[in-house]
Every structure is written in C-alpha cells, then in structure tokens.
Ligand binder design. Structure first.
Ligand code: SF4
Length: 73
C-alpha cells in the first residue's frame, strides 16, 4: 500500500510569526512491491500556513493572502 506523508524540505525564520517555520512537501511513497520508484511530490505547504490564512492579515504566498511574498525563496 502506498504511503502519503508531509515532509519538511526547507526551514527559514519567518518575521510574520517570529519563529522558524518549515516548507513541507506532500510525498506519496510507492507500495512495497514497487521499491525502485521514487516518491511523487503532490503538494507544498508552510507548517504554519493554516494559522496565517485564518489570522485575517496579509502575510505571504503560503497563507494564500499575498502571492508576491515567499519567505522560503
Ligand atoms: S504562511 Fe507565510 S507568513 Fe505564515 S508562517 Fe508560513 S511563511 Fe510565515
């Protein structure tokens, strides 16, 4: 059976929340009977993105409130 997980791929300090946050990739690892296949990346998110998007303030691309700011770039 395939396994789907969120895995941190980059960490940076975010001035908006005043702490380190991680950029995470959603990976699907293949079933054990397909061991030579690489995991597939199906999405990205910030570890605090949900909280920022609900805060009601303009923050960044990963919160969906300001596409011109990407703290991980
Ligand atoms: S969503 Fe954007 S503003 Fe919020 S913690 Fe992540 S990088 Fe910082």
């Amino acid at each position: 059976m395939a396994i789907k997980i969120w895995q941190p791929i980059k960490i940076c300090y975010c001035h908006h929340v005043g702490e380190n946050v991680s950029l995470e990739a959603e990976l699907i690892y293949p079933a054990e009977w397909l061991p030579d296949q690489n995991p597939r990346i199906i999405g990205h998110r910030c570890s605090r993105g949900m909280e920022c998007s609900l805060a009601g303030k303009v923050s960044c691309l990963w919160a969906g409130t300001n596409p011109t700011v990407d703290p991980f770039s």
